[in-house]
Design a protein around this ligand. Structure first.
Ligand SMILES: [Zn+2]
Length: 255
């Protein structure tokens, strides 16, 4: 069982070297089935950590977890956030009841299941025919952080269409094609990231100067120099953006 304090900045119960066993440490807190045999124990904000354990911000704790524990922690945080926030039926506004032993809710008025809110996002490694990678700097990122083109999927929009739309809206590029790579839950607060590799049909970049402040094509040596000089920094290690960028840097991601 993973210990979680849900919220906009969720926290994980940590032991030395990894996730704590919350079922033993927090016997009075609420257990929730999370799926894949994983459980979560939800604690209230401000709950003291048991002796020898500590609450840590989930986003900061993730990169230090063993790789097999990272998706476990993400799933526990996602379910914990949903369970703590999804108190009303999105269709009729009525109250919901826990649907034991499933992780979800049932509308108390209508008796129908209430599914978790998930906000799909596409994130795209745009490559040109010379195997250069496009990175952009958005106004809502810290100074110097360059990352892949990304955005939320609109209502009724297929992922592939969102990839093409975001590439054109953010950096003015037409795409010749795109292929799905992988997905990752990103429950801060409820995103599901779908990563793509795409081949640009055009290479002239155009940014709006408002949402996107800068964008550029990088060869591998150019990115290495920009990182060495400190002019460019990349997103945090355990993000699908960073992992996709690193795959391109190592030659494992090609169009
Ligand atoms: Zn309802």
């Amino acid at each position: 069982m993973v210990g979680v304090i849900p919220g906009a900045a969720p926290q994980l119960l940590m032991a030395e070297g990894g996730l704590a066993d919350a079922s033993a440490a927090l016997p009075s807190a609420r257990p929730v089935p999370v799926g894949d045999g994983i459980g979560a124990v939800l604690a209230e904000p401000g709950s003291p950590a048991p002796p020898g354990l500590a609450w840590r911000a989930a986003r900061a704790a993730l990169p230090a977890l063993p790789p097999q524990d990272q998706p476990v922690a993400l799933r526990a945080v996602a379910v914990a956030n949903w369970r703590s926030q999804g108190r009303f039926c999105p269709a009729c506004g009525g109250p919901v009841e826990p649907d034991w032993p499933r992780q979800g809710f049932i509308c108390a008025r209508e008796g129908r299941p209430v599914f978790p809110r998930t906000d799909p996002c596409v994130i795209t490694a745009i490559l040109d025919r010379d195997d250069r990678l496009l990175l952009s700097h958005a106004s809502n990122h810290q100074a110097g952080v360059y990352t892949l083109v990304a955005g939320f999927v609109e209502a009724g929009e297929p992922l592939e269409a969102a990839v093409r739309r975001e590439a054109f809206e953010e950096v003015g590029l037409e795409l010749a094609g795109a292929r799905f790579i992988r997905s990752q839950a990103w429950p801060f607060p409820g995103s599901l990231m779908a990563s793509f590799a795409a081949l640009a049909a055009t290479t002239e970049i155009s940014v709006d100067g408002d949402e996107i402040l800068d964008a550029a094509w990088f060869t591998r040596p150019q990115l290495a120099r920009a990182l060495d000089s400190g002019r460019v920094t990349l997103p945090m290690d355990y993000s699908v953006a960073r992992q996709t960028i690193e795959a391109w840097r190592s030659g494992a991601l090609a169009w």
